[in-house]
Design a protein around this ligand. Structure first.
Ligand SMILES: [Zn+2]
Length: 154
């Protein structure tokens, strides 16, 4: 039996994803997002670079890219069912259920990208709210206005 509550497997969104193997209630911790802290800013302005860096305080990032962090497979979604919460150095970062999650559901969270970062990272989450780019929820209205303004006119 898998007691961790999650498993990684191929995802329709991108690459491998992180999936629930048991139910989670809203607010419940799902899995730790583990990695060392670093002052080296991860590369996000590059479409080919996977993104595993979490800025935990100004100029300090958690590097989640290592193999012992299966949570790094959690994909972004425009309608996520989880959030990534930093609890300080002692407890670390945790993927936490934002809604009740059923077994088999893919665990997703908002990567919180800026407008500039979003231009390098298309989103294929497939949810009704998808804006086609990985971008922080508060910035989505600005992105929609930008796309409307910049599309070719007929
Ligand atoms: Zn999306």
């Amino acid at each position: 039996m898998n007691t961790s509550g999650t498993v990684t497997q191929p995802s329709a969104i991108s690459g491998r994803g992180l999936f629930a193997t048991r139910p989670f209630s809203s607010g419940e911790r799902i899995a730790r997002y583990a990695g060392p802290l670093t002052s080296i800013r991860p590369t996000t302005l590059d479409a080919s670079a996977p993104v595993y860096g979490l800025e935990v305080s100004p100029g300090v990032w958690l590097d989640g890219s290592l193999d012992d962090n299966p949570s790094r497979h959690a994909n972004h979604s425009c309608q996520p069912n989880a959030e990534l919460v930093w609890h300080g150095e002692a407890e670390g970062a945790w993927l936490t259920a934002a809604h009740p999650i059923e077994p088999g559901a893919e665990i997703t969270f908002d990567y919180g990208f800026s407008l500039a970062e979003s231009l390098f990272h298309p989103c294929r989450c497939g949810t009704p709210e998808c804006v086609g780019r990985i971008i922080a929820r508060p910035l989505r209205p600005a992105l929609r206005r930008h796309l409307r303004f910049s599309r070719p006119r007929d």
